[in-house]
Design a protein around this ligand. Structure first.
Ligand SMILES: CC[C@H](C(=O)O)C(=O)SCCNC(=O)CCNC(=O)[C@H](O)C(C)(C)COP(=O)(O)OP(=O)(O)OC[C@H]1O[C@@H](n2cnc3c(N)ncnc32)[C@H](O)[C@@H]1OP(=O)(O)O
Length: 307
């Protein structure tokens, strides 16, 4: 697949060092990247609805990032994916930032990709649409995961499919005891496509990740805590945002520069080769693309089953 080859070539070039040929090839690579990005934006902007809101508090250094599509359980439309990228860009350059709470509106987290987008992407298999959506979301979730800020997912209600993958792109998870977290891609005849497979293995280890992905089981908040997918649990009568804020303040007491430095230390130490994650993600997309629009996927989409 072109983008896999492109990523592998780019990774080789960056490692090779700055000679003339490499510079010219990297310029070509950048041009290819911007062409890919335009194709992604053209595809995703066809699916409007909902928004992703960001409230930054310069005084406390804490921001709240909210997936806002309550009539669809915060399912991610194409325009929300583009919104998400803009909010991540804002956070990447937030000087007074210390931490981010990532939540959904209406006491639920996210029910994954909007099924209308998932269906359209599957039907556009031959035009490479699955890889365009997958690589776009992998890039944003990787950038969010590597923000120089301490991030916590506030998980209530449902976090299903891509929604469960978004749960993994935070440093920490504060989860309602009655929340439902499910990597339900297999029920859709799919595999993870938003970088959640790579992050889940890094977070829980190969065996627990394989159990969750291959069973497509939906676990409650307290079960998530037992396996290490939740760092704190709260009850239905607790104020969820207050709980997440109080949890986050344990890690955001010091000056923004110090917090950012600590996060950068951890990012660098946890990955010896920056390109390896890009290569792993690209291979995840290749697997996702191979299933998207396949028989199992189309049957599941036509059933529009609930979980
Ligand atoms: C790599 C990502 C991957 C991909 O791209 O293929 C995916 O993420 S695929 C999507 C995987 N997620 C799902 O399949 C979840 C589907 N939704 C449900 O199971 C339920 O809606 C649930 C459990 C989230 C909530 O159930 P509840 O009974 O509380 O509410 P409703 O089902 O009545 O939902 C209310 C309202 O929201 C609409 N809805 C919910 N999820 C989605 C979605 N993912 N896409 C589009 N619309 C969604 C649902 O249709 C209802 O709308 P209404 O007009 O009232 O019928």
């Amino acid at each position: 697949m072109a983008s896999l080859r492109h990523a592998l070539i780019r990774s080789f070039l960056i490692k090779r060092g700055p000679d003339e040929t490499t510079k010219r090839l990297l310029t070509l690579s950048s041009a290819l990247n911007s062409e890919l990005r335009q194709k992604q934006i053209d595809l995703l902007s066809k699916y409007p609805g909902g928004c992703v809101d960001l409230e930054k508090n310069d005084k406390t250094g804490i921001a709240v990032l909210t997936l806002n599509n309550p009539t669809k359980k915060n399912a991610l439309t194409g325009s929300m994916m583009i919104d998400f990228e803009k909010r991540v860009e804002d956070l990447e350059s937030w000087e007074k930032g210390r931490g981010v709470i990532f939540k959904g509106s209406g006491n639920t987290f996210c029910s994954g990709a909007d099924l209308n987008v998932a269906r359209a992407v599957g039907e556009g298999k031959d035009s490479g649409h699955p890889s365009l959506m997958s690589s776009f979301m992998q890039n944003i979730t990787s950038r969010f995961f590597n923000l120089p800020l301490i991030t916590v997912a506030l998980v209530e209600g449902a976090a299903l499919g891509g929604g469960a993958e978004l749960v993994t792109c935070c440093d920490f998870r504060v989860v309602s005891s009655s929340a439902n977290i499910g990597f339900v891609q297999a029920r859709m005849g799919l595999s993870p496509g938003w970088g959640g497979g790579v992050r889940l293995v890094n977070l829980l280890g190969r065996l627990k990740a394989l159990q969750l992905l291959s069973s497509a089981s939906i676990i409650k908040g307290f079960e998530a805590q037992e396996i290490g997918l939740a760092d704190e649990i709260f009850g239905e009568f607790d104020d969820s945002l207050e709980t997440a804020t109080s949890f986050l303040t344990n890690y955001t007491k010091f000056a923004p520069d110090v917090i950012k430095a600590m996060k950068r230390v951890v990012i660098n130490a946890s990955r010896s080769d920056m390109q390896s994650v890009e290569t792993l993600n690209t291979k995840e997309t290749q697997i996702f693309q191979s299933l998207c629009g396949g028989l199992a996927n189309l049957e599941a989409l036509n059933k529009k089953s609930k979980f």
